[in-house]
Ligand binder design. Structure first.
Ligand code: HEM
Length: 509
C-alpha cells in the first residue's frame, strides 16, 4: 500500500524538470543502446533477433542448435545467417565459395586460436604462459603424428588391458551389459594416455577420471563466465569453479611420474632414449627451463581435452552402429583378421583397413563433433568477396552437418552406408582421396585447411586398433536389438546416447 501511495504521489505532483530531464535522457540512452543499428543487423537471424528476445533464441539454440543451423542452410544457402549463443552471435556461412574463403583467410584475419581462447576461456583455464606458448599443440601437430608407427604396439598393449578391465571376458555364452559411453570413455582415455603420460599413470582411475571430468569443468566455467564481466573472470574462476582444484589434483598425480623421469634422465647421463616415448617425455625435452609442474600439468590436460572426448565419442557412436547393424560386422572382422595376420597390430596393418576406414568416415559424416566447423574469430574488420562486412571480434563458422546431409553432395544422405567411401576407393582404384583423414569442404568433421585437426591420423589409428580388437574378440548386441540409441544434440555439438547399454560376450564364431 505504502509503495502504491508513494507512486501515486510522484505521478500526481508535477515532476520537476531537474528530475524529468535526466530520467528521459537515461531512458532514451537505454533504448538507443539496446536497439541502435548494429553491423550484424544486415545478416539474417535464425530465431528471435531482438536485443532481449535473442536470449530466448540462445536458450532455444541449446536444444535446437542442429535444426536452427539446418534451417539457416536451407534458407540462406550460399550466403550468411546468424544464430544467438549465450554470450555472442555466431555468423554462419554456407556454400563452398564462402566456406573456402573462411578456411583460407590468414590467421591474423580469422583466428582459430582466438576462437578457442574466447569460447573455452583458455586464458583462465591454462594460463597465459601456456596458451601464448602452446608447445603441446606443436608437439601434437608434429611429433605425435610422426611417431604413430612407433607408438602403435604400446597402444595395442594398452588396448588389450583396457578392454580386459572394462569388458572382461569369460567362456560363458551369456551376454553381459555395460553402459556404452561410460566404458567407451574409460577405454579410449586409458589407451590414449599410454602415449601421453605412459604406464602406470594411464591406468590410474583417479587420473583417468580427472581428465574425463576436466572438460565438464571447463564447460561449467564457460557457462559461469557468460554471466559476469570479463575483468571478474580470474577472481570468480578461482573461487567458484573446479579448475584450480582439478589442476592441483593433476599436479599431485603427475609429480611422482615427472620426478621419476628427471631421475631416469640424470642416471642415463641425459640419454633421452632412456625415457618412455610419450608426450610427457617430449614435453620435458621441449619446454623452457622456467616451466613448472603447474604448467606441464595444464599442457597435459590440454592434450587430453583435444583428444579423448572426440575419440571416445566416435568410438561409442561406432559401437552403437555395429551393434545395431549386425551385418556390418563379418566383412569388417574379415578385413581386420587378414591385415593383422599379414602385419600384426601395426600402423601398416591399420592402414590396410579400408572398409573399417569407410565405416568410420560414415560414422563421422553423421556425427562429426559439431554441426558447424571452421570456428573462427575475426581479428580485424573483414569484407567477404561478395561485399558482406564482418566487424572485428565477430565469431564466424561454416555449416558442416547440413553439408554432410545434403543430397546434392551425398546421395541418400540419411542412409548410413558403411560402404559409401569404400566404393569410391574401389571406383578410383586409389584409396587416399577417400580416407577418413582426407578433409574437404564437403567433409568437415576434422575441419579443413591449415588448421585441419592435426590429431586425425592418430585418432583414426587408435579407433581402428580399438574397433579391430573389439570385433576380433567380442560379440556385441544392443539391449533393444536393431534400435540405434538416439544421440543427443547440445548447442551445435552431438554426443552419443548418454546411458544406453551394449551387451557383449566372448566371440562365438
Ligand atoms: C575423432 C577425433 C577427432 C575429431 C572429430 C577432431 C576434430 C577437430 C576439429 C573439428 C578441429 C578444428 C579444425 C578447424 O577448425 O579447422 C580440431 C582441431 C584440433 N585437434 Fe582434433 N579432432 C579429433 C581428434 C584429435 C586428437 C586425437 C588430437 C590430439 C592428439 C587432436 C588435436 C587437435 C588440435 C591440437 C587441434 C587444433 C589445431 C590447430 O590449432 O591448428 N584432435 N580437431
Amino acid at each position: 500500500m505504502s509503495t502504491l501511495y508513494a507512486l501515486r504521489s510522484i505521478f500526481s505532483e508535477p515532476i520537476s524538470p531537474v528530475v524529468l530531464f535526466p530520467l528521459v535522457a537515461a531512458g532514451a540512452a537505454l533504448i538507443w543502446a539496446l536497439w541502435k543499428p548494429r553491423p550484424l543487423d544486415s545478416i539474417p537471424t535464425i530465431g528471435p533477433s531482438g536485443p532481449l528476445s535473442s536470449y530466448i533464441g540462445a536458450f532455444q539454440f541449446m536444444f535446437r542448435g542442429r535444426q536452427m543451423i539446418q534451417e539457416g542452410y536451407e534458407r540462406y544457402y550460399g550466403g550468411y545467417f546468424k544464430v544467438p549463443i549465450l554470450d555472442r552471435w555466431m555468423v554462419v556461412v554456407s556454400g563452398k565459395k564462402l566456406s573456402d574463403e573462411l578456411r583460407s583467410a590468414p590467421e591474423d584475419t580469422f583466428s582459430l586460436d582466438q576462437a578457442l581462447v574466447d569460447m573455452l576461456h583458455l586464458d583462465f583455464v591454462f594460463g597465459k604462459k601456456v596458451y601464448l606458448n602452446p608447445l603441446h599443440v606443436t608437439l601434437m601437430k608434429t611429433k605425435m603424428t610422426k611417431t604413430i608407427a612407433a607408438l602403435t604396439p604400446d597402444m595395442y598393449d594398452e588396448c588389450i588391458q583396457a578392454f580386459e578391465q572394462h569388458m572382461p571376458l569369460d567362456d560363458s555364452k551369456e551376454w553381459k551389459a555395460v553402459p556404452a559411453l561410460a566404458v567407451g570413455r574409460q577405454i579410449s582415455t586409458i589407451v590414449n594416455n599410454r602415449i601421453v603420460v605412459g604406464y602406470p599413470l594411464c591406468r590410474d582411475p583417479e587420473y583417468i577420471n580427472l581428465n574425463l571430468r576436466f572438460i565438464v569443468d571447463m564447460f561449467q566455467c564457460r557457462m559461469l563466465f557468460c554471466l559476469i564481466p570479463r575483468f571478474m573472470e580470474p577472481l570468480v574462476g578461482r573461487i567458484a569453479t573446479n579448475i584450480p582444484s582439478q589442476i592441483r589434483l593433476g599436479m599431485r598425480l603427475l609429480k611422482p611420474v615427472l620426478d621419476r623421469r628427471v631421475k631416469q634422465l640424470e642416471e642415463s647421463d641425459g640419454d633421452w632414449s632412456a625415457l618412455p616415448n610419450d608426450m610427457l617425455s617430449w614435453l620435458i625435452a621441449t619446454v623452457p627451463k622456467d616451466e613448472t609442474l603447474d604448467t606441464i600439468t595444464r599442457r597435459l590436460l590440454g592434450v587430453n581435452v583435444a583428444a579423448i572426448h572426440t575419440i571416445s565419442h566416435t568410438f561409442t557412436h561406432s559401437l552403437f552402429y555395429l551393434a545395431a547393424n549386425q551385418d556390418f560386422i563379418p566383412p569388417i572382422r574379415a578385413e581386420v583378421e587378414k591385415a593383422v595376420a599379414e602385419d600384426g597390430w601395426t600402423k601398416s596393418a591399420m592402414g590396410k583397413l579400408y572398409l573399417l576406414d569407410s565405416f568410420l568416415k560414415e560414422v563421422l559424416r553423421f556425427n562429426g563433433a559439431q554441426a558447424w566447423s571452421l570456428n573462427r574469430i575475426a581479428l580485424k574488420d573483414y569484407t567477404f568477396s561478395d561485399g558482406t562486412f564482418i566487424p572485428k571480434g565477430t565469431s564466424v563458422a561454416a555449416c558442416a552437418t547440413p553439408v554432410h546431409m545434403d543430397p546434392s553432395v551425398y546421395p541418400e544422405p540419411e542412409k548410413f552406408d558403411p560402404y559409401r567411401f569404400y566404393r569410391l576407393m574401389e571406383r578410383d582404384g586409389e584409396a587416399n582421396q577417400h580416407l577418413v583423414v582426407k578433409t574437404s569442404l564437403e567433409y568437415l568433421p576434422f575441419g579443413h585447411g591449415s588448421h585441419a585437426c592435426p590429431g586425425r591420423f592418430f585418432a583414426a589409428n587408435q579407433l581402428k586398433l580399438m574397433i579391430g580388437h573389439l570385433l576380433l574378440n567380442y560379440d556385441i548386441e544392443l539391449e533393444q536389438p536393431g534400435a540405434l540409441p538416439e544421440r543427443v544434440w547440445f548447442e551445435a555439438a552431438v554426443l552419443p546416447h548418454q546411458t544406453a547399454k551394449i551387451l557383449y560376450r566372448k566371440r562365438q564364431t
